[in-house]
Design a binder for this molecule. Sequence first.
Ligand code: AMP
Ligand code: MG
Length: 418
Amino acid sequence: MEADHPFLSSLESLGDYDPDSMPVEQAHRLIQQSLTVITEQESVDLRSALQRTLASDVLSPMNVPPHNYSAMDGYAARFDDLANAPCKLKIIGSAYAGHAFEGRVSAGKCVHIMTGALIPDGCDSVVMQEHVRIDGSWVEIGAGHHRGENIRLAGEDIAQGATVLTRGQMIRPAEMGLLASLGLSEVVVYRKLKVALFSTGDELQQPGSSLAAGQIYDSNRYSLFGMLGELGVEIIDMGNIRDDVASLKAALLEAASKADVLITSGGVSVGEADYVKQLLAEIGEVVFWKIAMKPGRPLAYGKIGICHFFGLPGNPVAVMVTFQQLVRDALRLLMGQQPKPIITFQAVSADPIRKIPGRMEFQRGILSQDENGRWIVHTTGGQGSGILSSMSKANCFIVLPESQGNIEAGYTVQVQPF
Ligand code: AMP
Ligand code: MG
């Protein structure tokens, strides 16, 4: 490893660094160590902010709610009157949401008020409609009230100046609504992460065209497109590149010049036409190229200049599993987000599971609860890394540690719902 590969040199000092068989946990750590968060920011209109990442904390410019409002339909009154209930109060007007009662309510009087209406001056409590009896322009109110009942106080949800959202938060529908509720029409976000994508393989054909003998459809670019779409990155789709050194080299260099991250599929195993790893070593740096995981053993990670490179396997299931286990969190970190904690819990395996010790496995499972509320997991059947229907049927991974062997039905396993 040459001196112009500082990251690789720093890895050499780690005693257990083995690029030829990287445990999943260590691969995680190595990737995370080499990532630098995007710093460029821009201000975007709230409607364009979905899936973007906040570049600074958002402080509330106002109290929410901005004033005191009624939480119920009923009668706004003075607690000093209600303290002596049962009592009879004179109705002097109405207050509706968006139409306040103008004027002050004095002793012995009340205002018919609707949910969401401003509390009239002089009032400090709202008696629910269901708890009164109307007698012409009077209401009879029974005992048992407390000051401030049925009122949403100004600033009760969010006080002015409070931190509402923190830097690194991805904006989802709830955050869109929250920002709007504060009257904010623009937010400062990190620029979008640019992710280039291509498939490799002379056998690949595009959906929509017919297949010649020996051809298969390129499914990886579509599953990747979908998974990237959920993250809100800018996708640079470079299509399918032939298994030819010159074309691949040109594509790698072009992607590295345009994108923050390049994700490819296929061509990283050790077959004769698998040039990707070899080219990466030539034009960039290879951090590791094999990972002790199934599916997904050939997985190259490295850099071409400042572009992060993930050379995913060709097999369609392996593409989805390696993306979900290793790439997704890396992209979130680059976008300025904190990766979400991975939820893993125990379930009883309803089926026997075949497993050879040596690699961490992510088998596809279908998780459900039995009549006692106990979590039960079935395997989806054949676990070949080309059986993409297993990903479609599954709602969880059955996560089996490296050293694990075969498992009998009825044993407890770790599951990761998705
Ligand atoms: P490779 O790593 O290129 O040797 O590919 C491993 C297996 O995955 C081969 O059977 C390929 O035909 C298949 N494969 C590679 N790329 C794709 C793709 N984009 N879509 C579907 N299958 C693929
Ligand atoms: Mg190939």
